[in-house]
Ligand binder design. Structure first.
Ligand code: LLP
Length: 444
């Protein structure tokens, strides 16, 4: 089969068998079991480097930081790679902060997000000396200031703004229109109230503004509009306070290919247009070019993993229109890929360990969970000869796959295996039933 762009760089197909960095799928399954997330480490590194270098190429000395959005997927190994590559990391909970720190990330490379950070999360971030905290509510402004005072530091903060933009993506992952829980609305005046509140607190240093318009976005228009609205706000700040804010963070959201017909956004596809829009807005509002930061998550890790499953059962079901739908059940499901159920996300799949010359048939790839909505792929044409024991690979599961995995039905979560230069190693081990029972306080 020919290789479409949703497969990561070091995947190849030899005699119909999927190989990652030269290791055949059948060998990976034998060694690590199924379901398993396999991560193409070299692809991850090169994607992170491409964003780092792309930002630098576009903005030169005004390149701020690429913060890898760790919610997409994080482990201590990945945090370590991020440090080696020299980019920053965006965390939005104490848990993500803990993994970043355990992975050796320097606190000066950490940016802290979240619309409801707890007091202890704020205190840990401030006491660790994180680079910046992106404040999201008036309460939080006071809480961060109190923590900074307690630790005798001046904490740098960005303020998260909602520029009122409808990004064209699924409603649940669109974040910058007015009716959302995130940030301060520019239009309602809330953002200005926040700026004034911060200016009265000597423990806080307002470094700039931030927005994240949504996720899985193609095209540059929404980023261009956001840049203009945020820079207009920065000009208003300059007019009121007589100084310019030094940083503008445009968040993440760059789309990736999940299907053969789609194409992953590359840094060179978007950064020049964003650069042009930012420079035009700076000229319009007579501002110096600030440091420009971005927070790609999905775009770095999404294309670098695939999930390998084993087929357990196959069932032909006569559906409403009289045709037959083949239900192919694999050994994972909505516990390792919640995105189909949550966002009607679409995925591709293929038999991973062999070629098939059989004709294709309308199929549904489903999991092992006890509900009808446990669907990985609602509609896909797969060879009619899929049988129990076949391996099925779904590409582009690196972002919000393992990180959103659950233990529904007490299914242990799959491991993540990093593969590079022909070597495979576990970076997150498979959960066991003993892990699950370890949380259960028995009363017997
Ligand atoms: N920065 C902030 C402040 C964010 O909230 C997010 C994602 C990102 C950066 C990274 O966005 P990315 O580059 O990965 O699109 N679970 C959903 C996605 C939720 C995204 C939440 N915020 C999904 O599976 O599609």
């Amino acid at each position: 089969m020919s290789k479409a762009s949703m497969w990561s760089k070091n995947i190849s197909f030899t005699n119909g068998e999927l190989n990652l960095s030269g290791i055949p799928a059948s060998q990976l399954a034998k060694e690590f079991g199924t379901p398993t997330f396999f991560l193409d480490e070299e692809a991850f590194r090169s994607r992170a480097i491409a964003w780092r270098d792309g930002l630098k190429a576009e903005f030169g000395s005004n390149a701020g930081q690429v913060y890898y959005a760790s919610k997409a997927f994080i482990s201590t190994a990945v945090a370590h790679w991020i440090s080696e590559i020299g980019i920053g990391i965006d965390v939005c909970t104490g848990g993500e902060l803990a993994v970043a720190l355990a992975g050796g990330v320097d606190p000066s490379m950490i940016e802290v997000h979240g619309n409801n950070k707890s007091l202890s999360e704020i205190d840990r971030a401030v006491s660790q000396g994180v680079k910046t905290i992106v404040v999201d509510s008036i309460f939080e402004i006071e809480r961060v200031a109190a923590s900074a005072k307690k630790h005798g530091v001046r904490q740098s903060v960005l303020i998260r703004l909602t520029p009122g933009i409808e990004a064209h993506t699924h409603e649940s992952i669109s974040t910058a229109h007015e009716d959302v829980k995130f940030g301060f609305s520019i239009a309602s005046g809330a953002a200005w109230i926040a700026v004034e509140a911060i200016s009265k607190l000597p423990e806080l240093e307002l470094r700039g503004v931030h927005c994240h318009i949504g996720s899985q976005i193609f095209g540059t228009e929404a980023f261009e509009i956001a840049s203009d609205r945020l820079l207009e706000f920065m000009a208003r700040y300059r007019d009121a306070f007589g100084v310019e804010l030094p940083e503008l963070d445009l968040g993440g959201g760059y789309g990736i290919a999940y299907l053969p017909s789609e194409v992953t956004v590359e840094p060179a596809d978007v950064l020049p247009a964003i650069g042009t829009a930012v420079r035009a807005a700076c000229a319009k509002y007579a501002l110096q070019l600030p440091l420009i930061s971005i927070e790609p998550g999905r775009n770095i890790v999404g294309p670098t993993m695939f999930t390998l499953y084993e087929v357990g059962t196959v069932k032909d079901v006569v559906i409403e229109d009289g045709s037959i739908r083949k239900y192919i059940s694999v050994d994972g499901g909505m516990s390792d890929n919640a995105r189909t159920a949550l966002y009607d996300a679409e995925y591709f799949a293929c038999i991973a360990q062999r070629t098939s010359t059989a004709s294709t048939t309308q199929s549904r790839l489903v999991g092992k969970h006890c509900e009808t909505g446990d669907i990985i792929i609602r509609d896909i044409q797969l060879p009619s000869d899929v049988v129990p024991g076949d391996l099925i690979a779904t590409p582009a599961t690196g972002a919000y796959g393992r990180s959103m995995a659950s233990n529904y039905n007490h299914v242990p979560r799959p491991p993540v295996v990093a593969v590079i230069d022909g070597n495979a190693r576990v970076i997150v081990r498979r959960e066991t039933e003993a892990d699950l029972l370890a949380l259960d306080v028995a009363e017997m």
